[in-house]
Design a protein around this ligand. Sequence first.
Ligand code: SF4
Length: 219
Amino acid sequence: MLNEIKKKAQQIKAKPVVAALNKNGFLAEYFDSPEDALQRILELVPHEGTVGVGGSVTIRDIGVVEELKKRSALTVYDHWQKGLSSEDILEYRYKQTQSDVFLSSSNAVTQDGKIVNWDGVGQRVASMIFGPRKVILVMGTNKIAPDLDSAIKRGQKIVAPMNSRRLAKDTPCVKFGKCGDCNSPDRSCIVTTILHKHPAGKQSIMKFHVLLIGRELGF
Ligand code: SF4
């Protein structure tokens, strides 16, 4: 009973955001569970060609990378995989921007369907804007922000500090719990992007899918 109430509450929270994303030209869908979203991703990614996987805790948590790597004719550019040299990592990042499909999460989405991200290197946000013919973003409802201002603040308050902690970086947000607009070489919030609408609008040949899941996933 409690689970059903929680499920309904998530659906109510997500429904207007999905509608707003679709109005902005994205192909947005809602899923009650990561398992349901995983099945949809596996349908959307072809069995051959190339797929780039951006730096995303959500994507790794739902287990999709392992499933895609089982496809013998599909090359997966996953720069988080173990055993890569720093040259390989850089090469994989470039390959992601030129892949047939780009799969990642997003750091925030507003109630009115704008997609907001922060990046340190920049290939993740670049790949969402131009290059891959299909983009699939997957995110939990914890990424919903009421408006653009709070979505942008989410970057400095949650995303950059959590990423810095995850990577044991030496930044003021980790040391003091507060952003110092730092000059640290470890700074992870270097690029901020806002997708107000589907990139290139009606001119675009890119299919941009957004899968919103009624769970707390990533940060
Ligand atoms: S600017 Fe520096 S201190 Fe502020 S959130 Fe980014 S990494 Fe942390």
